[in-house]
Design a protein around this ligand. Sequence first.
Ligand code: SF4
Length: 365
Amino acid sequence: MRVNFRRARGTANTEAALAAALERDGRTLRGTSAPTGDVTCYSLNVANAPALIAEMAGAGCITIAGGPYASGCWEEVARAADYIVVGEGERTLPRLLDAIEAGSTAPIPGTATAAGGFVPTDHAVRLDAYPPFSHRKGYIECSRGCPHACAYCQTPRLFPGGMRHRSIDACVEAARALPDVRFVTPNAFAYGSDGRTPRFEKVRRLLEALGRENARIWFGTFPSEVRPEFVTDEALELVREVCANARLHFGFQSASDRVLAALGRGHSVADGLAAVDRVLDHGFVPVVDLILGFPFETDDEQEATLALAEYLAGRGCRVHAHRFTPLPGTPLAKHPARALVPTARRRLGRLALDGRLTGSLSDLG
Ligand code: SF4
């Protein structure tokens, strides 16, 4: 059975991980730019979903959709796709392919179809059981899941049950295949911990083991980030010692403690400002995520976040501003973004012209 993976923006790491998982099962996953072969697999996110759902609806092969969008609203996606993998796919996708090949109609845990509905999963993936990639290289997912439950975020819904980690040995083995080692994790400084209480000795052991390999290490910067209350002198000294990054990326999101509490962020504005000071003190450039347009944000709170963006830019930070997007499967899925205040585009545009605002302004409406 020929199994393909539909390449699209933002799906390269998923392809790398699934290809490695299928390889263990004796299968090859081939990249494609259109549905073809016997089965084409899709990973849907909020940006690529509209075009790919339309494509699946007209596909001439079996289609399997997964990823955060498909997991968050499988009922919608099942109108176009033959099967949905809900949640993590390393074990579920091979099982589903085996069943398709065998002509079995037995329900596969962790999948959904339009006719059969959703069958709850029966496992949580142990990261060490699957390499993060094989021939097609990707990032090393060192941790998965998050004990926090920020109302806009899909991560804790996609991977319930808190935080899991790839062992140091498994991370080191994967790193040997890469000249530049980057990680996927919701909070790099939470490596080895429950995600709430740091265990920096684990981070230290990981980074020191990686430091003995002949590779450049990027930790706490793209594509991983950290949480502000985990930004300590000890963590920053460690990154300075072992890693190549000059930037440290963390989520701050809002200048309003009321908004942060309503989101369930689990940190305060003061925590964010303290992290900025510390990152600057250690000679890194802070890259700070802010979100504008939360449904329950007032004009004054949005103005305060804009003022925070300007303050951070003035202190040498890179500001990464997004407009709030309601993501399927989250508590805010059915709450559209509120309008931006009239000055928002002009103020953020000025920061972008100064090279202090990263990303695109197009999602700021
Ligand atoms: S801390 Fe990050 S990964 Fe965890 S729920 Fe909040 S936004 Fe998502």
